[in-house]
Design a protein around this ligand. Structure first.
Ligand code: HEC
Length: 151
């Protein structure tokens, strides 16, 4: 009986961890547009495969991507030679830990891990918390992207 309780406790812990995991949160919040496998939809939603890691090659890029999740993105951009001019809504209603988990999933899934810079440090809540006060519009996030010359 005692061992059964231990097993049940382990299962419920595992269930909690899975619900919080980046993979699950990605499927719930992002896959609708960017696709289950991050392929996006040509001309409508940019792919995250082979693209997301190119945005986090330095600290300014990391901060840009964190703000993109907090505040959304609006305006024209070119990803892998394809033009996009849409709007991505903000995800500031998610917790900092959840945003970090989603981003770490996107940056390591589908072979993206091979494109991360040397010594890449996974995102944590601390990457998001200080940026909550900047309160940018989606267009201001795009202005940052242009300033950083991200492609
Ligand atoms: C309702 C559709 C939609 C959802 C849901 C969505 N996005 Fe986006 N995303 C977009 C669009 C549209 C763009 C391009 C915006 C533009 O054209 O200005 C974009 C752009 C991006 C980019 C590329 C930014 C760049 O600078 O190249 C990343 C990374 C991204 N989204 C991640 C996410 C993540 C992670 C989630 C889930 C938390 C998510 N998106 C949810 C529509 C969406």
């Amino acid at each position: 009986m005692k061992s059964l309780c231990v097993v049940l406790a382990a299962f419920s812990l595992l269930g909690g961890a899975l619900a919080q995991s980046g993979a699950v949160l990605y499927q719930q919040n992002c896959a609708f547009c960017h696709g289950e496998k991050g392929l996006g939809r040509t001309g409508a939603f940019p792919p995250l495969v082979e693209h997301a890691p190119t945005l986090v090659q330095n600290n300014e890029g990391r901060s840009y991507v964190a703000q993109l999740l907090l505040y959304g993105l609006q305006g024209e951009l070119v990803v892998k030679g394809q033009r996009y001019n849409g709007v991505m809504a903000p995800f500031s209603h998610l917790k900092d830990e959840e945003l970090a988990a989603i981003l770490n999933y996107v940056l390591t899934a589908w072979g993206n891990d091979k494109l991360l810079p040397q010594g890449f440090k996974p995102f944590t809540a601390a990457d998001f918390t200080p940026l909550r006060s900047t309160r940018l519009t989606p267009a201001q996030v795009m202005a940052q992207r242009i300033r950083l010359g991200l492609r």
